[in-house]
Design a protein around this ligand. Sequence first.
Ligand code: OFO
Length: 171
Amino acid sequence: MLSKNIENSLNNQIRIEAESSQIYLSMASWAETHGLEGISKFMYAQSDEERMHMLKLMKFINERGGHAQVSELKAPKISYGTFKEMFEELYKHEIFVSVSINELVHIAFSEKDYATHNFLQWYVAEQIEEEAQAKIILDKINLIGDDKGGLYLFDRDVQQLTLNGSTSKGH
Ligand code: OFO
């Protein structure tokens, strides 16, 4: 059985994962309307993945006698300036999510809820992966600079990340 405090904290994480999914969906649409097909596919896949993170939390809460709640979400931005700014935002957002997951791990540990603590380890590993991926993408963007040909290749590269399954691991 989950304590009320842990149930509320997990429900808060459900909202964060749902908002992440909406943010990446909005980024996907922005990229799609700017001819960045590969980046757009990557963002659509990323959005699906965040929804899966949300669902995994919902199942866990309900299986442990709590009530997973679907709440109102903050609307994401509609436009993102340049694709570089967009990926900088993605990176910052992932760091924000990691901080939130760490906080949850801390709460579970201090309440000696080792089942929740164990469950959260999957998210800890996932955040390491997502932060690393965002960092690699940003490093590539910095290499390209203003080179249009570079952007074309980069767009294809990012699509490749999606096709290779790094954003659709199907956990
Ligand atoms: Fe849910 O992993 Fe990104 O935010």
